[in-house]
Design a protein around this ligand. Structure first.
Ligand SMILES: NC(=O)c1ccc[n+]([C@@H]2O[C@H](COP(=O)([O-])OP(=O)(O)OC[C@H]3O[C@@H](n4cnc5c(N)ncnc54)[C@H](O)[C@@H]3O)[C@@H](O)[C@H]2O)c1
Ligand SMILES: O=C(O)C[C@H](O)C(=O)O
Ligand SMILES: [Mn+2]
Length: 547
């Protein structure tokens, strides 16, 4: 390839019709492009106009991905102008459709790294990461093994769209330089027969490996990534329930790692609860918390909220008494076999209830417990029925209800139903974006309780501060930093800030996390001005001069 071809085919360098006259001459691009030189603004107008021509959300996403494949600056400049409109297209919920159809729609590897359990030697992994990084300075890596994609389960290699999509949000929300990132999928096989039997499937057509091999694969990957990219922020996403917490615990004291489903979700839900309590005027330690779906996210959130109660003065044992975990078995009791370690932490004793053996479904648990907060991470569509919600609302003035299973087709309830069934008393946030709800003359704004509202800022803050670890203090600082953005005195106010302000509050989160790292002295470099360090780390979608 000639240098000119390399430039126009490199999405990190390509400017399309915006190459200047001098660049066209110096880089030998003359004759390779239509003659009229356009501005980035004109290009984004064209992209947005074409985007609007697409009839379905999946088509819109595919079109935007084609722009992404060609020209990163143009993609992010357009995204920046339409943040709240593009989020559900680029990210959740439309990303779920693109994952389910990934092999069928495949056109481009999108500069991701694809690793295979069939050759998981450190040498091969190292070589693959070097190839995929193409000499770029990787500071942020998002990795999945595809086993627990959103709530839609095991999608093997097709899960790579989650790291790609999560990283797009990092850049759009927090200004992470898109050339300093790497999406990675660890293909350890899949349990999904329809993928294995599909000749178009681009991943390994073999059973998912649950042997020691798997942990060796993960470990070889972590060790090689950490050694190749020494200042890495390593983000784990959508691993299965049996592995997510285990992997985080294994590496969190050694490296700068983050599990979004556990920590990111814990932070955003805690922020939502704090926002709700700000509106109701109630105190955290008076709450009774019901988790429906005690898996990776459910337990991660409960741990974060429990930690907040400890900070509010309760002992750990007292704090845990405020929690009720419900899973497939019903209310989780400490005598049940097969509880995960996280579930065991919160399991109750049967002797607390007269009718313990009857507490096998959500409604009977709500009747027995009278929760004030109910969070859904179960993947059970419609589980928060009118009966469940009215029962909850009969015993608390402002029920805090967060159905956050993704994508839309798995959500436990809609915001509109929750507002209607409680006559506007419920304080609600949902995992996917929800339109405002009109009820009895009041417009209820609905916040989005999605980790996307916090993980970009946390990553930016940790990277900008040159943090060596991501600890509880930094995580708690992130959750608290979102307070005060919403005017809680307004009737129908949301409990979380609006996605339109994603870039602004990502900066707020980043500053809080970086400040916490600096205050604790857990940084590689001495940082005297935290805000300046965060600002200096930010990338903006503008064309840079090429020579
Ligand atoms: N909004 C967010 O930011 C966010 C973040 C993480 C996860 N999530 C969503 O939460 C959901 C769960 O994700 P996860 O990673 O924790 O998955 P997971 O598989 O670890 O957990 C799901 C849990 O729900 C339980 N469950 C399944 N069917 C049930 C039923 N009928 N009754 C009660 N419990 C049942 C499972 O046994 C499991 O423990 C997904 O839909 C995911 O998209 C949302
Ligand atoms: O990806 C999302 O939308 C949030 C979360 O990480 C999930 O797994 O559902
Ligand atoms: Mn996730």
């Amino acid at each position: 390839m000639t240098r000119s071809q390399e430039i126009v085919n490199n999405p990190f360098l390509n400017k399309g019709t915006a190459f200047s006259a001098t660049e066209r001459k110096d880089l030998h691009l003359e004759g390779m492009l239509p003659p009229r030189i356009q501005t980035l603004d004109q290009q984004t107008d064209r992209v947005y106009a074409q985007y609007q021509e697409m009839s379905t959300d999946l088509e819109k996403r595919m079109y935007l991905m084609s722009v992404f494949n060609e020209n990163r600056v143009l993609f992010y400049a357009t995204f920046a102008k339409h943040v709240s409109e593009f989020m559900p297209i680029v990210y959740d919920p439309t990303i779920a459709d693109s994952i389910e159809n990934y092999s069928r729609l495949y056109v481009n590897p999108q500069n991701a790294a694809y690793l295979s359990i069939n050759d998981h030697s450190r040498a091969t992994i190292r070589e693959s990461l070097i190839n995929a990084a193409e000499g770029r300075n990787v500071k942020l890596l998002v990795v999945t093994d595809g086993e627990g994609i959103l709530g839609i389960g095991d999608w093997g290699t097709q899960g790579i769209d989650i790291p790609v999509g999560k990283l797009m949000v990092y850049t759009a929300a927090a200004g992470i330089d898109p050339s300093e990132i790497l999406p990675v999928v660890l293909d350890a096989g899949t349990t999904r027969a329809s993928l294995k039997n599909d000749p178009l499937y681009v991943g390994l057509d073999q059973d998912r490996d649950y042997s020691e091999n798997y942990y060796e694969f993960v470990d070889n990957f972590v060790q090689e990534a950490e050694s190749l990219f020494p200042n890495l922020y390593l983000h784990f996403e959508d691993f299965g329930r049996a592995n997510a917490a285990k992997i985080l615990e294994k590496y969190q004291d050694q490296f700068l790692v983050f599990n979004d489903d556990i920590q990111g979700t814990g932070i955003i839900v805690l922020a939502g609860v704090l926002g709700a309590l700000n509106i109701s005027g109630e105190s955290m330690t008076d709450q009774k918390y019901l988790c429906f779906g005690a898996g990776t996210a459910g337990v991660g959130i409960a741990q974060r909220v429990a930690e907040e109660m400890v900070q509010a003065g309760l002992s750990e044992a007292e704090a845990k008494k405020h929690f009720y975990m419900v899973d497939k078995q019903g209310l989780l009791f400490d005598d049940m076999p097969d509880l995960t370690p996280g579930q065991q932490e919160f399991a109750r004793s049967r002797s607390e209830f007269d009718n313990a053996d009857e507490l096998t479904d959500l409604l009977s648990v709500v009747q027995a417990v009278h929760p004030t907060i109910m969070v859904g991470t179960s993947t059970v569509h419609g589980a928060f029925t009118q009966e469940v919600v009215t029962e909850m609302a009969a015993h608390t003035n402002r029920p805090i209800i967060l159905p956050i299973s993704n994508p839309t087709k798995l959500a436990e309830a809609t915001a509109a139903d929750l507002i209607k069934w409680t006559n506007g008393r419920a304080l609600v946030a949902t995992g996917v974006p929800s339109a405002p709800v009109e009820h009895d003359g009041v417009t209820y704004e609905i916040g989005q309780a999605n980790n996307a509202l916090v993980y970009p800022g946390i990553g930016l803050g940790a990277i900008a501060a040159t943090a060596t670890t991501l600890n509880d203090e930094m995580i708690s600082a992130a959750a608290h930093s979102l307070g005060g953005i919403v005017d809680s005195s307004k009737p129908g106010a949301a409990i979380l800030p609006p996605v339109e302000q994603l870039t602004e509050f990502s900066q707020t989160v980043a500053n809080a996390v970086a400040q916490s790292a600096v205050d604790q002295g857990v940084t590689r470099e001495q940082i005297s001005d935290v805000k300046a360090a965060v600002e200096a780390e930010k990338w903006y979608p503008v064309y840079r001069e090429l020579n």
